[in-house]
Design a protein around this ligand. Structure first.
Ligand SMILES: *[C@@H]1O[C@H](CO)[C@@H](O)[C@H](O)[C@H]1NC(C)=O
Ligand SMILES: *[C@@H]1O[C@H](CO)[C@@H](O)[C@H](O)[C@H]1NC(C)=O
Ligand SMILES: *[C@@H]1O[C@H](CO)[C@@H](O)[C@H](O)[C@H]1NC(C)=O
Ligand SMILES: *[C@@H]1O[C@H](CO)[C@@H](O)[C@H](O)[C@H]1NC(C)=O
Length: 182
């Protein structure tokens, strides 16, 4: 009997260490920040561009499916590390020349403020040091976005394409993090 109780305890201990990541910031703040970032991205839309109908460009900027599917199977903390990298790379991307983009400076500043607080909040949930976990393929997929921006002269249309792609990436990591919330 005692040994049965013990083995249940060991099982529960291993189970909770492997699956849960208890983090107040994430549980209480993440969803609201995420929603705010989507609202701001929607405000930044330019509905009169046509480039999003350009299938080749869309394909070039899309996040490779396997990156997201690997992240969905990863341990809780690795999901958070993946998300933080997406948020950091997003901030770098939007620091590129966007003088021709359709949005107002104030809106993009607010958006970047929200993303930056999300990244800091999630970083506070990471116990191990995540530097070694920097995902190279994910980094390359953001490099491709920068390259397309340059190639298309940082114009309003290519920025609209990038805005849509970033919204799609942020929606994916929103699902990833939502699966961890207590
Ligand atoms: C652009 O389209 C979106 C979704 O269809 C809509 O919510 C938004 O109000 C539109 N923006 C403008 C400026 O028309
Ligand atoms: C977008 O496409 C529509 C029809 O496909 C066309 O009438 C319109 O002029 C295009 N707009 C731009 C900005 O190219
Ligand atoms: C939207 O994009 C078109 C180019 O497709 C550009 O001519 C127009 O000025 C943009 N609208 C705004 C509000 O920047
Ligand atoms: C930023 O992009 C605009 C639009 O393509 C361009 O006219 C301007 O020269 C660029 N500015 C810099 C500093 O590269």
């Amino acid at each position: 009997m005692l040994s049965r109780i013990l083995s249940v305890c060991v099982f529960l201990g291993v189970f909770s260490a492997g699956s849960s990541l208890s983090c107040r910031w994430m549980d209480h703040k993440f969803r609201q920040f995420s929603k705010d970032s989507f609202d701001l991205l929607d405000t930044m839309a330019n509905n009169s561009t046509n480039i999003t109908e350009d299938a080749e460009a869309r394909h070039t900027v899309a996040l490779p499916h396997e990156l997201y599917s690997q992240a969905s199977k990863a341990a809780a903390e690795d999901k958070v590390i993946f998300t933080v990298q997406i948020l950091d790379e997003t901030m770098t991307l939007f620091s590129k020349n966007h003088s021709a983009a359709s949005w107002e400076e104030k809106t993009v500043d607010n958006f970047l403020g929200v993303v930056s607080r999300q990244a800091d909040g999630l970083r506070s949930c990471i116990r191990s040091h995540g530097h070694k976990k920097h995902n190279k393929k994910l980094h390359m997929s953001f490099k491709r976005l920068t390259h397309v921006l340059q190639q298309k002269g940082h114009g309003a249309e290519v920025w609209e394409l990038i805005r849509k792609e970033i919204k799609s990436r942020l929606m994916r990591v929103d699902q990833l993090i939502s699966s961890l919330l207590n």
